[in-house]
Write a protein that binds this ligand. Sequence first.
Ligand code: S3P
Length: 427
Amino acid sequence: MSRVELGPVGRVRSRVRVPGDKSISHRALVLNAIAEGTATVRGLAPGADVAATLDALVALGVEIERLGEDIVRVTGGANWRAEQSIDCRNSGTTARLLLGLLAPRATAPVTLIGDRSLSRRPMRRVVEPLRRMSAEIEPTDTLPITITGRPLTGFDHRLDIASAQLKTALLLAGLAADGSTTVIEPAVSRDHTERLLTAMGACVETREREARVRAGGLRALDIDVPGDLSAAAPFLAFAAAREGSEIVVEGVGLNPTRTGFLDLLRAFGAKVETAVTASEPEPYGEVRVTGAELLAIDVGPEIVPRAIDELPLVALIATQAQGLTRVHGASELRLKESDRIEAIGDGLARMGADIEILSDGFDIRGPTPLEGAQLDATGDHRIGMAWAVGAALATGGSTLDGAEWIDVSYPSFLADFASSVGVSARV
Ligand code: S3P
């Protein structure tokens, strides 16, 4: 386990570019793998999670050629190879998308396995709805799980949880099922799958919280993956919380189903300006955040899915805002790569913040100066990145254990953060 030393930082003005979006990258690979033709994907996310999806598809017989560091060529319409076991490593998106992909397509039983963290994460939410479509998948709750491919029947799913991974798994299954498959969610979740399916000529209809597909072919689609707003968020969080700072991120995805964090920054009182430069199939452009005096906010279940991966950063910002910030309706945080509610509570308490954890969120009273502390990524890339921001905001030095977990989504994060924010990171 690697420990890095992190130091505090004053005001910053800088421009940043971040790697390609992780969610869009998984989908660009998976959807082109089942499309007719060959497509080039540029700006593919560099982390271990997307590599897990790429390696899984190659093991299943999909032809994927690397043309450059972040450029691949995918040839779809593969004859699925009978691969017995696929390692999804730490990646929840890989596991859930593969469940839906393979349920109607596997030519022999395939067992999905994962690392310790992924083997604890809930799969029932995907397995049960797939079974309603006649999928043969055993067992129900956690990996390892074996999928025996068989013909599926379309189904109208009304989900209890807003989850883009779950929605995508069901749409992938629906694309090869008899009849139509509808997914209705309790709140809006990221819609990258629906946008790509539309651009690839699928038979898909969408309304606000509803998506419907019918069986049919996809056309291969060249995709330029925009920068990942979740990777930009630590930079923007620092700018918001350090009054007088300003950070601009260029070429970043601005899909409204992902920009809940920007709405929350505005609600705190930070200045947030966006300029969308292109919008098909995914809107992207520039975002500029300028720090100001911050006031506490209330973060409830309606916005949680649009900001889910940024809530650890929201907690950090709340420590610098005047008053009581409450985040609630976010129990999904306990089911991520780590229990993020516990991880946030522990780390912020070590830094001297006034935090109380709830079953479905946390209460934070601010402003409190943050003190340098011994921090731990808890096996979770988002927590590791949040603590780099915490250390930059603190007085005194901090250490971060398990910094290597950041590689799951953004391997050059500490170097990029050091060069644009100036935090002194020593490995
Ligand atoms: C993702 C969806 C979200 C998010 C995860 C990526 C995706 O998870 O937290 O990092 O690519 O679909 P849920 O679908 O579980 O909400």
